[in-house]
Ligand binder design. Structure first.
Ligand SMILES: [Zn+2]
Length: 787
C-alpha cells in the first residue's frame, strides 16, 4: 500500500467507527432465504429492490434511489456506495465531475485542486441481458460486503471512489427469466431461455440501444446516471457461452472506433490487465484478455465517447441457476483471439472442463468488482486528470470544424428526431442566422457527434491473406444522417452568429402532411385512432379532409397482424416498437392464429419480421420446449397465408423471412447471395446504396436514391416487380461490404402480386433498431398497400 492508501485507510477507520455493527445489516441469506448464487435459486425483482431500499436504515455507507421505470413499469434503482463523509457531500463531488467534464468552463488551474479532491466515479451495471443472471446476485452480496466488512481494499475503495451500483439494467427481464425458470424447474426444459423476449421490445438488443435511446431503461440510465454523474468508469457485467474462457476482460480486440480517445483505450488496457492479474492471483483459471470482443459500434460504448472507460466482463454461463459439467472434449476451439485449449500470453491458465455453477460465476464476478474498484481507488487522481484531458482534446477539435444540418429537409420529423437523439447524448446544437442547425465540434463530446454523423470505413481485415473476413462483434455502420434520410455535411470553416438551441419544438402542422415526413404517419394514425378519416393524394401526402385538386382518396386504417414465433425473435420486438411509436394499431398473431384460417376476414396486412424461414415453418422441434411452444406455421399455416394473399391481403416479409415467401408462397425470386462463402461475400450490418422505382406506391414520399440497412440480407434475381435495386458499382455507403459484385444491380425490394393481393419482400431491415427513419416509410407504405 502506498502512503496515500495508508492515510486513506486510517481516515476511513476513524470515520467508520460510527457504523453500526455488521450484524445490524440483514444478510442476503436472511432476506432471500438462500445464499446468493445457490443452485436452482433465482431472484424476484421486488425482493431485490426491497433489500436495497432497507440497507440505508442500517448503514451510512449507502444510499438507494429509484431513477426511472422499465418498459413494464418496474422501478429501476441505483445504490450509491462510498465513505459516509463522501455521501454527505455528494453534491460537491457531482459538481466536480460536471466541472471536469467540460474544460470550457474549468481552466487547468481550477481543475488542479479538483483532481486531488474529486472521487473516481464508477458506474457498475448488472444483468442487462436477463438470462445472464449472475450479476444481480453478485450486486446484492457485494453491496452487503462493501457496507459491512472492513479491510484495506474496501476502505481504499470507500474513501477514493463513488460506486453507482445498478443491480439490474433490465428489471422486467429479472422477473421474466425467474418466472420461466421456476415454471420449468425439475422438467427437461430446466435452464432453457424463455420463449419470449427478456425486454419487452428489444430483448438482447437492449445493449445495442446506447446512441438511439429508444427504450425507457436506456433513456433513464443515460439521463439520470451517465449524464449526471459523468463516471470515469462504466463496468457492464455480462455472461458468455459455456465452453470457452471462464471470464473475458479487456483489452479489446481491434478495431477500436477511430473517434475514441487513445487515453481511454490505454486505460481500458491497463484496467483490464490489472483485473486479469488479480483474478489469477485469486486462483481463478480461464481468464482471457484481448479476445472475442472488438470496440467498434457506439451502440454498446456510450461512455467511451463521453470521457470514461467502458469495462466489460463476460463470464461463462451455467444453465441459468442449474450447474453444468463441461467435458474436456467440449471445450471450444473456434474462439476469436485465443485457443481455449492452449496456454497463450492472453490465456495463461486454460480452464479445461469440470463442473460450473452459478456460485462460481458470482465468485469470479465479486473478485472482478473488487479488483476494478480497488484499481480505480489507486488510480483516482490520474484518472480524474485524464478524464479532463480527454475533454480538452474534444474541445480543441478544429478539423472538421463542425457539422451543418440544413433547415430544409425532406423529412422534418426525422430531422428533429435525429437532433433530439444527438442532444440526448449531450451534443450541443446551435442554429445559424439563416435557420440551419449547426454542431460546432469545440465541445466536450464532439467525437461522439462526429462518429454518428460521418460515414464509417470499417477496416477490411481478413483472418489471413485471401481468407475469410475477421468478423466484427456487431454491425459496422452508425451514420445517423444516412439512416434518418437527413442531409448533413461537415464544414472546415467556422459558422458565425450562432444561437444555442435546447428545444426542438414540433413544427406546426398544416392541412397537409407530406408523405416524406415521418410525422405525417403519426398524424394519420392519430386521426384513425380518433375515429376520423385520412385522405391521401397521388404523391402519398396526407390530409384530414380531401383538398382541392384531383387525386385525393380516403385511406382506411389497416388491420395489421404481426407474426410472433415462440423463438423470442428480436426483430419482431423492434417491429412492435415501430408500430407503437408511430401509432399503428396491430394484433400479435401466433402460429395457431394463422393456421385457423379466415385471415382475410381479420387482417389487411400481415408482417413477418426478420427470422429464418425454418423458424417460421418449424419453430422449436418437438421436445425442445414445452409442447405449447413447439412447432411453426407448417403446411396449414402456409395454405392459410396463400388464401389470405389471393383474397387481397398484403403479406410483408422482412430480410431473412423473405426466404419463407419464396419457399412457401410461390414468389419467383432467387437469393443470389445464399450459400456464398463469407470470404467472397460479406455484409455484416452496413448501409448500402439503392435506387427506388418511384412509380411504385411503396416509394411514396421517398427520394429515388436511398441508403438501406443490409445485415446478412438477401439480394435477388427476380421476375417479380423490383421496387429497389442496388447500383452497378459503388454500392457501399457506410460500414463494410466484401464482394460488391454479388449484389450490384440486384433487387432489394419486391412487390409480388398474387391474386388480388401483394407479397412484399424487403431485402433489408427497413425498421433497423429504431434508427432507419428513411426506410420506415417503405414499410409504412406497404402497410396500406392495395388501398
Ligand atoms: Zn450479455
Amino acid at each position: 500500500m502506498n502512503v496515500r492508501g495508508f492515510l486513506a485507510l486510517v481516515g476511513a477507520v476513524a470515520l467508520f467507527s460510527a457504523v453500526p455493527a455488521p450484524g445490524a445489516v440483514p444478510t442476503p441469506e436472511s432476506w432471500f432465504g438462500h445464499r446468493m448464487g445457490a443452485d436452482r435459486e433465482l431472484l424476484d425483482w421486488d425482493k431485490v429492490v426491497s433489500y436495497f431500499e432497507q440497507l440505508p436504515n442500517s448503514s451510512d455507507r449507502i444510499r438507494v434511489s429509484e431513477y426511472g421505470r422499465s418498459a413494464e413499469n418496474r422501478p429501476m434503482i441505483v445504490a450509491i456506495i462510498a465513505a459516509p463523509e463522501t455521501l454527505r457531500n455528494l453534491d460537491r463531488y457531482r459538481e466536480i465531475q460536471r466541472r471536469l467534464a467540460d474544460p470550457r468552463i474549468t481552466s487547468p488551474a481550477q481543475a488542479e485542486p479538483m483532481f486531488r479532491e474529486g472521487k473516481n466515479m464508477v458506474l457498475l451495471t448488472c444483468s442487462i441481458h436477463a438470462t445472464e443472471v449472475a450479476s444481480t446476485h453478485s450486486a446484492v452480496e457485494f453491496a452487503y460486503r462493501l457496507i459491512t466488512e472492513s479491510n484495506p481494499h474496501f476502505d481504499a475503495i470507500l474513501h477514493n471512489t463513488i460506486l453507482l451500483l445498478v443491480p439490474s439494467l433490465n428489471p422486467d427481464g429479472v422477473d421474466i427469466v425467474t418466472r420461466w425458470y421456476r415454471r420449468t424447474l425439475g422438467t427437461r426444459w430446466e435452464g432453457t431461455g424463455p420463449p419470449e423476449l427478456f425486454q419487452k421490445y428489444v430483448g438482447h438488443d437492449n445493449n445495442r440501444d446506447w446512441y438511439i435511446f429508444s427504450q425507457p431503461e436506456t433513456r433513464a440510465t443515460i439521463s439520470q446516471l451517465h449524464n449526471v454523474w459523468h463516471p470515469e468508469i462504466v463496468y457492464d457485467v455480462h455472461q458468455q457461452g459455456q465452453n470457452a474462457s471462464r471470464m473475458f476482460i479487456p483489452p479489446w480486440l481491434d478495431p477500436i472506433e477511430p473517434n475514441i480517445d487513445p487515453i481511454l483505450v490505454q486505460e481500458m488496457n491497463m484496467m483490464g490487465t490489472s483485473m486479469a492479474s488479480d483474478m489469477t492471483a485469486a486462483g481463478k483459471d480461464g481468464i482471457a484478455i484481448h479476445a472475442a470482443y472488438d470496440f467498434w459500434t457506439p451502440s454498446r460504448h456510450y461512455q467511451a465517447f463521453h470521457g470514461g472507460l467502458r469495462i466489460l466482463t463476460e463470464s461463462a454461463s451455467a444453465r441459468l441457476a442449474t450447474p453444468i459439467t463441461v467435458r474436456p472434449e467440449q471445450i471450444d476451439t473456434t474462439a476469436l483471439g485465443y485457443d481455449p485449449r492452449q496456454r497463450s500470453w492472453n490465456y495463461l491458465q486454460p480452464w479445461l472442463g469440470g463442473t460450473w455453477r452459478l456460485r462460481d460465476i458470482v465468485d469470479y464476478q465479486e473478485i472482478a468488482f473488487e479488483s476494478l474498484l480497488y484499481n480505480a481507488a489507486l488510480h483516482r487522481e490520474e484518472m480524474l486528470r485524464n478524464f479532463y484531458k480527454v475533454g480538452q482534446h474534444q474541445v480543441a477539435r478544429m478539423a472538421p470544424w463542425g457539422a451543418v444540418i440544413s433547415r430544409d429537409q425532406r423529412d422534418p420529423g426525422a430531422t428533429r428526431k435525429m437532433l433530439e437523439t444527438l442532444a440526448a447524448g449531450q451534443v450541443e446544437i446551435s442554429q445559424s442566422a439563416d435557420g440551419d442547425y449547426v454542431i460546432p465540434f469545440q465541445q466536450p463530446y464532439s467525437g461522439y457527434a462526429k462518429a454518428l454523423l460521418e460515414r464509417q470505413q470499417y477496416p477490411n481485415e481478413l483472418i489471413y491473406p485471401g481468407g475469410p473476413p475477421k468478423q466484427p462483434y456487431d454491425v459496422t455502420a452508425h451514420t445517423l444522417p444516412l439512416l434518418f434520410g437527413v442531409d448533413a455535411r461537415f464544414v472546415e470553416q467556422p459558422v458565425n452568429g450562432l444561437t444555442r438551441r435546447t428545444d426542438f419544438a414540433p413544427r406546426s402542422g398544416g392541412p397537409i402532411w407530406r408523405a416524406s415526413d415521418s410525422d405525417g404517419w403519426k398524424a394519420a394514425n392519430a386521426l384513425w385512432a380518433g375515429g376520423k378519416s385520412v385522405w391521401r393524394n397521388e404523391a402519398g401526402d396526407f390530409s384530414a379532409a380531401p383538398q382541392s385538386g384531383y387525386g385525393w382518396h380516403e385511406v382506411k386504417r389497416p388491420r395489421i397482424g404481426l407474426y410472433q414465433s415462440w423463438m423470442a425473435d428480436i426483430d419482431e420486438g423492434w417491429t412492435r416498437w415501430l408500430l407503437e411509436e408511430f401509432g399503428f394499431a396491430y394484433t400479435t398473431v401466433h402460429n395457431a392464429d394463422v393456421q385457423s384460417g379466415n385471415l382475410r376476414g381479420r387482417f389487411d396486412t400481415l408482417i413477418f419480421a426478420d427470422e429464418s424461414p425454418a423458424a417460421i415453418e418449424n419453430g422449436y422441434a418437438p421436445g425442445a420446449m414445452p409442447p405449447e411452444f413447439t412447432g411453426g406455421l407448417g403446411e396449414r399455416g402456409a395454405e392459410a397465408l396463400r388464401q389470405f394473399v389471393r383474397g387481397g391481403g398484403t403479406a410483408i416479409f422482412l430480410n431473412r423471412a423473405a426466404g419463407y415467401a419464396i419457399g412457401y408462397l410461390g414468389v419467383r425470386a432467387k437469393n443470389v447471395v445464399a450459400g456464398v462463402p463469407v470470404r467472397d461475400f460479406y455484409c455484416p450490418g452496413s448501409l448500402l446504396r439503392a435506387r427506388l422505382d418511384l412509380r411504385s406506391p411503396l416509394t411514396r414520399g421517398l427520394p429515388e436514391d436511398v441508403t438501406i440497412w443490409n445485415e446478412g440480407s438477401p439480394a435477388w434475381e427476380s421476375e417479380e416487380n423490383a421496387v429497389a435495386r442496388y447500383p452497378e458499382r459503388n454500392v457501399l455507403a457506410s460500414g463494410w461490404l466484401l464482394g460488391e459484385s454479388y449484389v450490384a444491380g440486384r433487387t432489394a425490394l419486391i412487390d409480388a402480386r398474387s391474386g388480388s393481393g401483394h407479397i412484399v419482400l424487403f431485402g433489408m431491415r427497413p425498421q433497423y433498431r429504431a434508427q432507419s427513419y428513411l426506410t420506415f416509410k417503405l414499410l409504412f407504405n406497404a402497410l396500406v398497400m392495395g388501398q
